[in-house]
Design a protein around this ligand. Structure first.
Ligand SMILES: NC(=O)c1ccc[n+]([C@@H]2O[C@H](COP(=O)([O-])OP(=O)(O)OC[C@H]3O[C@@H](n4cnc5c(N)ncnc54)[C@H](OP(=O)(O)O)[C@@H]3O)[C@@H](O)[C@H]2O)c1
Length: 277
């Protein structure tokens, strides 16, 4: 059964990620006729009524998806707060902004939910982590179904686990994109045209992921099946595996992103504390 979006639903901001969610829900056949995008530019979003101000949005929302940059929270909260009632659920995709900070900004809202989707939600192959402290089981089921329509979705047991999924999946497509580009560069260095190298690299990653996803085999098994003992792949893997260089690099990459996430969370928290003056 196609999941149902609460009516009305407001998207506050709808750029890269909001647009990806809308595109995925549209493709999934979810009815967006009672959804409205509110964004300062009023730039139209395909398939959803778009306005540039709250008064034009109409009836107060049952679901609000916060899809602007975390730095805009201070600007948006006072404008949105008057439109919220205890019947409104706020779903925030703002990276790093904790539940406590959101609750402080939106005291009148019913439930507050954090969602951390990644860009492939646009084509319904995304990963979304969800976390709430106050949604009831019925609401969790409904939101879980809506995000599962965009790929794979899970409710995290605590905010640390939520952040852990987000750290890997949220920014993950950017890291995977760099890996595919590096594979392509290696092809170009060996004389392939840039188009051919890009296709070879992309299809290799796509095929490997698809194969593992359909067979359920581990990555260690996939590598073992490609690398015959003392063969060429094994010689290549010896470089990648040396001193766990790739694991180290990915670990450092994700640590750096997590540090930035903590900084953003701190900025949002500080901005929301009452002034001493
Ligand atoms: N990109 C990702 O892969 C990803 C992954 C997970 C989570 N996120 C989260 O998604 C959020 C949005 O990121 P993004 O990459 O989609 O950013 P983006 O493309 O820059 O889009 C930002 C949106 O916010 C709107 N906006 C700006 N000021 C606003 C205001 N005062 N009131 C209402 N809307 C306002 C913009 O509207 P106009 O265009 O009209 O100015 C635009 O639609 C961030 O909080 C980020 O942490 C992103």
């Amino acid at each position: 059964m196609t999941p149902v979006l609460p009516s009305p639903t407001w998207f506050i901001g709808c750029g890269n990620m909001g647009g990806a969610i809308v595109a995925g829900w549209r493709t999934a056949g979810i009815d967006l006729s009672n959804a409205t995008v509110i964004r300062p530019s009023g730039t139209p979003v395909e398939g959803v009524r778009t306005v540039s101000g709250y008064p034009e949005a109409g009836v107060p929302p049952r679901l609000v998806v916060l899809a602007f940059k975390p730095q805009k929270l201070d600007e948006v909260a006072p404008q949105l707060q008057p439109w919220l009632t205890s019947r409104a659920t706020v779903v925030s995709i703002l990276a790093g902004v904790q539940i406590a900070t959101l609750r402080q900004r939106f005291p009148k809202a019913g439930a507050i939910v954090r969602a951390m989707p990644n860009l492939p939600v646009a084509i319904r192959r995304g990963v979304t982590a969800l976390y709430t402290e106050d949604a009831d089981d019925g609401l969790k089921q409904q939101l879980g179904d809506l995000f599962a329509a965009l790929g794979w979705a899970m409710w995290a047991a605590d905010q640390e686990k939520f952040s852990a999924v987000g750290a890997v999946a949220g920014a993950g497509p950017a890291y995977v994109a760099r890996f595919i580009a590096a594979l392509a560069k290696a092809g170009e260095a060996r004389g392939l045209s840039s188009e051919t190298a890009a296709t070879v690299a992309l299809e290799t990653v796509l095929g490997t992921s698809w194969m593992a996803a359909t067979t359920g085999e581990s990555m260690a098994d996939v590598a073992r099946r490609v690398a015959s003992p003392k063969g060429t792949t094994e010689a290549g893997l010896a470089v990648l595996d040396h001193d766990h260089v790739l694991d180290e690099l990915i670990g450092l990459t994700i640590d750096a992103a997590a540090r930035r996430g903590a900084e953003l969370a701190e900025e949002a928290k500080l901005a929301s504390e009452p002034s001493l003056h």
